[in-house]
Design a protein around this ligand. Structure first.
Ligand code: OFO
Length: 166
């Protein structure tokens, strides 16, 4: 790639997307062992989406003459406190991802790399959707509180796509 700074920023973003995918996979696996099958399915799907975000970046860097680096990752947590804590983690994590995407966009502008800037706009829009989805799910869970019946329905509806994520 013409700008090494942009290439480095994209490689850092590859790591962020990879970490997101692993983190959500760990959450999905924990949820499944807790019998929260709707949440598990939802999070397996989110993990896969993040993997696709990573792949899209890898392909872009390589196609533009750079070299995508596949990083080592620390082991994600094995267990979580509750459904609420999972969705709080999801929101906090997505907010960090948004910050890091904004950093990449800033580097593209300072390096005058408008092609990569254009490519990154897809990620900017995707983050708006993902943050708002995480916020909505967390709001619903906060309304449900500790009500077991409510939590059961939330998990079941998440499986069937009946929980509103918008
Ligand atoms: Fe939601 O993290 Fe990818 O972009």
């Amino acid at each position: 790639m013409k700008s090494k700074k942009v290439e480095q920023a994209l490689n850092e973003q590859i790591k962020v997307e990879y970490e997101s995918s692993q983190f959500y996979l760990a959450m999905a696996s924990w949820a499944e062992t807790e019998g929260l099958n709707g949440t598990a399915n939802f999070l397996y799907g989110q993990s896969e989406e993040e993997r696709q975000h990573m792949l899209k970046l890898i392909r872009f860097v390589n196609e533009r003459g750079g070299q995508a680096v596949i990083p080592a990752l620390p082991e994600p947590p094995k267990s979580f406190e509750s459904l609420q804590s999972i969705f709080q983690h999801l929101l906090d994590h997505e907010m960090k991802v948004t910050d890091s995407i904004n950093e990449v966009v800033g580097t593209c502008l300072s390096e005058k790399d408008y092609t990569t800037h254009n490519f990154m706009q897809w990620y900017v829009s995707e983050q708006i959707e993902e943050e708002s989805m995480a916020r909505n799910l967390l709001d619903q869970l906060n309304l449900i509180g500790n009500d077991k019946g409510g939590l059961y329905l939330f998990d079941r509806d998440l499986n069937s796509g009946n929980v509103s994520t918008e």
